[in-house]
Design a protein around this ligand. Structure first.
Ligand SMILES: Cc1cc2nc3c(=O)[nH]c(=O)nc-3n(C[C@H](O)[C@H](O)[C@H](O)COP(=O)(O)O)c2cc1C
Length: 341
């Protein structure tokens, strides 16, 4: 209700200003006790060795530096993913780099992993009170050549290992040159082998197993999805997030901003992301859990992702267009099986 009133005002601001204003408003609402303050109740989901209090999480990219964990956790999510974070701080692409397409409930972004670096992220996590399930999403610096990408993932993996409930390996952002080629069989085989071997060492060092999750693009051919799923099984990866933003412009062609370069998210992405989940599931058969994300704008969209094979879901653009009640509605429908009145 409150968000319905605020949205027209927020949408008058440039998107990145609205982003900061929204965090401020959430923080104030939390302090005033206007937010749920804890995860919405549900039968917990046990996956990857973790107990998720409910299956609706926040997708990566909204809180890249883990600066707003306490405010965001008050919205009732079952889990929160921060990042993408890189070994060194970097400014990301030049502004403007974030565009709304309200007619299609879509967003195009070419942020380019703007973040304060992995060390600052860890400091922020340490100073937060949040004790819920925390995914940390890691990537490579813009300046690191793609042949050396594994080194960046290993640096981040070692640093975040002890602070994360699970770690997401982002190889699917369209805004870092050549990053998506890490999804090709040869590159992925090498990446997974090195990451799993490091995970094994770190398990010994910390006496704690932190699951590794791969985040993939929606723009893969069916054969590529099958090959990728085969590799995830072969290397015993713990989970897969499907999907990141798309390069496709289907569904937004006629609207202003559609020709901006970057990744498209929101409503037009939903069918594509759901199709990827469905295809992954035919190979993974529940052995590796799928976290479904992409165009969840309503509780029904969340239910569709679960029906396609996802065990958990994440939201981003839906929050921008529909506000935090989306979390409550999605939990209610997915988890309790009750329809929204
Ligand atoms: C502005 C913006 C920034 C994003 N940044 C990241 C990021 O840093 N890392 C990442 O893995 N995904 C990032 N994403 C992708 C989202 O996590 C999500 O996969 C995608 O937007 C599809 O979900 P949605 O349709 O609910 O937004 C970003 C998305 C948006 C809109």
């Amino acid at each position: 209700m409150l968000y319905t009133l605020l949205r027209p005002l927020l949408f008058k601001l440039p998107p990145e200003t609205a982003h900061r204003a929204t965090f401020y408003l959430i923080e104030q609402a939390r302090k005033l006790g206007l937010l749920p303050g804890h995860p919405f109740a549900c039968q917990p989901r046990h996956l990857m060795g973790l107990d998720f209090p409910n299956p609706v999480g926040l997708a990566a990219g909204l809180d890249k530096n883990g600066e707003y964990l306490d405010a965001l956790s008050a919205l009732g999510f079952g889990f929160i993913e921060v990042g993408t974070v890189t070994p060194q701080p970097q400014p990301g692409n030049a502004l403007p780099r974030l565009f709304r397409i309200p007619q299609a409930e879509a967003i195009i972004n070419r942020m380019g992993f703007n973040n304060h670096g992995v060390d600052q992220l860890i400091d922020n996590i340490k100073s937060a009170n949040y004790k819920g399930i925390l995914g940390i999403n890691i990537g490579k610096n813009f300046a690191t050549p793609i042949e050396k990408a594994v080194d960046d993932y290993l640096i981040c993996l070692r640093k975040v290992y002890d602070y994360a409930s699970y770690i997401t390996i982002n190889i699917s952002s369209p805004n870092t040159k050549n990053l998506r080629q890490l999804q090709n069989t040869e590159e992925l085989e090498n990446l997974l082998q090195q990451l799993k071997s490091e995970q094994k060492k770190l398990t010994g060092t910390y006496g704690k197993y932190t699951p590794l999750v791969i985040k993939i693009a929606p723009d893969l051919e069916l054969e590529q999805i099958d090959a990728l799923a085969g590799l995830l099984l072969k290397h015993q990866v713990d989970g897969v997030i499907a999907t990141n933003t798309t390069l496709s412009r289907v569904g937004v062609e006629k609207f202003a901003n559609a020709q901006q370069s970057g990744g498209l998210s929101g409503a037009p992405l939903a069918p594509r992301a759901t199709a990827v989940i469905h295809r992954l599931q035919t190979t993974l058969q529940g052995v590796i859990p799928i976290i479904g994300v992409g165009g969840i704008m309503s509780a029904t969209d969340a239910k569709d992702k679960i029906a396609a094979g996802a065990s958990l879901v994440q939201v981003y653009s839906g929050l921008i267009y529909h506000g935090p009640n989306l979390v409550r509605d999605a939990v209610q429908v997915v988890c309790l099986g009750t329809d929204i009145k």
